[in-house]
Ligand binder design. Structure first.
Ligand code: NAP
Length: 295
């Protein structure tokens, strides 16, 4: 059996088009376009690429972008002041501080300083707590994108066995909360998990968010399972450009799974699409409007 390839690029494009179609309506009602501020500290090439893509997507959606590119010599107090200024700026509905931050800066402090209503990354403890307790929240973009793909792929998630590999605040933990809210039986595996292959073999849904190239092998996958590969790992290649692979050994897993996301072209594009969606939702909530329908 060869698994269906889940096309995250197409799904992301659809979401971005739907967001763009809803922006003029918001503009008419609120008297301004939704605004997203991005903060890039330093010149890490991967972070710079991500932030450029986010800024481009913001403009393509018809939203107002506020791009702050800051040298990595900035002090923690200066960065916190920038966040405080963005919190106070009425034109800004979403604030995205690209991680990782330089070592002199306490990332948790920065995240906790972001106004939770503008926390479009969904990393603020207030949003994490709301998600965990089943209240409306701004949900981290990557796991939200994974959930969207799973719901599109499977008729219903209720009662399915899901294994999330990785327990980061950015991906693994919120992913587990989202699957639990969909009535899956959720196992969260991590670096201390005993017999990971056996744990994964039980799963109808596998979400891999580890950061280890092709660690999850084909013979760990239950036949017919749905596999979501969050990993983005760059391996050396002959042409010197590097080759992107996920956390799942795709060529092996595709022979066993029912459906699987490729890397690239799976989860990656969904993250930006969900950021656009979160920004539009944050703008509606801040303007006292009901959440936009059809997202
Ligand atoms: P992270 O913070 O480094 O967390 C990695 C998790 O994997 C940790 O919980 C760690 O366990 C676990 N782990 C490490 N080695 C393991 C092993 N041998 N067996 C089982 N679990 C193991 O990473 P992250 O930020 O969640 O990102 C994970 C991957 O997703 C990375 O490749 C990243 O580039 C990618 N990513 C992609 C997107 C996207 O847009 N597609 C967005 C975010 C991240 P411990 O907690 O025990 O250390």
């Amino acid at each position: 059996m060869t698994a269906k390839r889940i096309d995250g690029k197409a799904a992301a494009q659809e979401i971005r088009q739907r967001v763009a179609a809803l922006v003029p309506q918001f503009e008419r009602r609120a008297g301004r376009a939704p605004g997203l501020a991005t903060v890039l500290v330093g010149e890490d090439p991967a972070s710079a690429v991500y932030v450029r893509s986010k800024n481009r997507a913001t403009a393509e959606a018809g939203m107002t972008g506020f791009a702050h590119n800051i040298p990595d010599t900035i002090s923690e107090d200066e960065l916190l002041q920038l966040v405080i200024d963005l919190n106070a700026d009425e034109r800004v509905d979403g604030i995205l501080v690209q991680l990782p931050l330089p070592s002199q800066i306490d990332t948790a402090r920065v995240i906790e300083t972001i106004d939770p209503t503008k926390d479009v990354d969904g990393f603020h403890p207030m949003n994490a707590g709301r998600l965990a307790t089943g209240l409306p929240a701004l949900v981290p973009c990557t796991p939200y994108g994974c959930l969207y793909l799973l719901k599109q792929e499977l008729k219903g998630l209720s009662g399915l066995d899901a294994v999330v590999i990785g327990r980061s605040n950015i991906v693994g933990k919120p992913m587990a909360q989202l699957l639990l809210a969909e009535h899956c039986t959720v196992t969260v595996a991590h670096s201390r998990t005993r017999d990971l292959p056996a744990t994964v073999r039980r799963a109808d849904i596998v979400v891999a968010a580890v950061g280890r190239p092709e660690m999850i092998r084909g013979d760990w996958i239950k036949p017919g399972a749905t596999v979501i590969d969050v990993g983005i790992n760059r391996l050396p290649s002959g042409d010197g450009k590097g080759r992107l692979v996920g956390d799942v050994a795709y060529e092996e897993a595709v022979e066993v799974a029912g459906a699987i996301t490729p890397v690239p072209g799976g989860v990656g594009p969904m993250t930006i699409a969900m950021l656009m969606r979160n920004t539009l939702v944050a703008a509606h909530r801040r303007a006292g409007l009901a959440d936009p329908e059809g997202l």
